[in-house]
Design a protein around this ligand. Structure first.
Ligand code: COA
Ligand code: MG
Length: 290
């Protein structure tokens, strides 16, 4: 999943447009993009959209502590979403809690046991920064983890998340890094946060490329125009694929060697693992033009 596009769950127009955007995954939102008085209408609209969706979709429910998540899940699970996005997750125990709720609802709705995946948004509260090492082993459903800056900044009382030159301030760099390592440790895909300035394509491309270079496998999007640049940033380039293939070939040509030389540089086991991962990713994604 390179691009995951949020679509407000109470907007019929955006729900219709979302499917044309070319995102690898849509996240139909019942949480922050829906006003409290629109929650009930959003549940009905979103459940209908999940049912009629041409591809598997995700739904973001409200937080475990919101008092809304039980009604969200009761409305959505009969439609069989592929994935539930859990906002304001503090620790792996929150994922376990959601997983238990999903197990009951899958049984009640005749859905495959354990078939609903979870994406945890894992850096939205102050406490969550101390929980990023606890997701490993929490649930086989945990497929991805994303970080978020907007709710975290409001929790911390910060008036900014970036310096004037666009670089993240310390708390958000920490959240981003711990999310990346916590996700990889948990065997989940690390997903970069939204770029809220949706008219700034150059800024989006820079953050998406930096995230891909650091090891993130995808990025959240809030506007259809962000999908193309994000897909491109997370699709291995032909040059990167060719280089990875040469690394794999160099090791294949030297059976039993722990280390080989290529173009005057030393390559050992981590380089081979990286090259194999890149080739696997390239095989899994559609070309950027698709
Ligand atoms: N999904 C589907 N369609 C969307 C969309 C989205 N996330 N964002 C915009 N569109 C549609 C608009 O409806 C518009 O279509 P129309 O002209 O046929 O009505 C078109 O794309 C262009 O939109 P634009 O005018 O550039 O933006 P906007 O001012 O209408 O909307 C936002 C801006 C930020 C309100 C909108 O992009 C949005 O709702 N994003 C998702 C927000 C969200 O879910 N946040 C929670 C996660 S952080
Ligand atoms: Mg939020």
């Amino acid at each position: 999943m390179r691009s995951l596009l949020f679509v407000p769950g109470d907007s019929e127009r955006k729900l219709a447009k979302g499917f044309e955007a070319g995102a690898d995954r849509l996240i139909l939102d019942l949480e922050d993009s829906v006003a409290p008085e629109r929650k009930a209408a959003a549940r009905t609209l979103t459940a209908d959209a999940v049912r009629s969706a041409p591809v598997p979709v995700a739904v973001r429910v409200n937080a475990l502590s919101s008092g809304l998540i039980e009604d969200d899940l009761a409305a959505i699970m009969p439609a069989g979403p592929a994935m539930i996005v859990l906002p304001k997750s503090d620790t792996g125990a929150d994922v376990q809690h959601l997983s238990a709720l999903l197990t009951v609802l899958e049984a009640e709705n005749g859905l495959a046991d354990g078939g609903t995946e979870i994406l945890a948004i894992a850096t939205e509260t102050a406490a969550s920064l101390f929980g990023l090492g606890t997701y490993r082993g929490s649930s086989a459903r945990l497929a991805a983890m994303a970080w978020g800056a907007e709710d975290l900044s409001s929790a911390l009382g910060a008036t900014r998340t970036r310096e004037a030159d666009g670089t993240l301030t310390d708390p958000y760099r920490l959240a981003r890094t711990l999310c990346l390592a916590g996700a990889v440790a948990a065997g989940a895909a690390p997903i970069d946060t939204v770029y809220t300035d949706f008219r700034d394509e150059a800024g989006l491309i820079a953050t998406a490329k930096a995230a891909a270079a650091d090891g993130f496998l995808g990025k959240l999007a809030i506007h259809p125009a962000q999908v193309g640049p994000i897909n491109a940033a997370f699709t291995p380039s032909p040059e990167a694929i060719a280089h990875a293939q040469r690394v794999v070939d160099a090791f294949a040509a030297a059976p039993g060697a722990g280390v080989v030389g290529l173009d005057g540089a030393m390559l050992d086991r981590p380089h081979l693992v990286l090259a194999e991962q890149l080739l696997a990713r390239a095989a899994a994604v559609r070309p950027p033009s698709a």
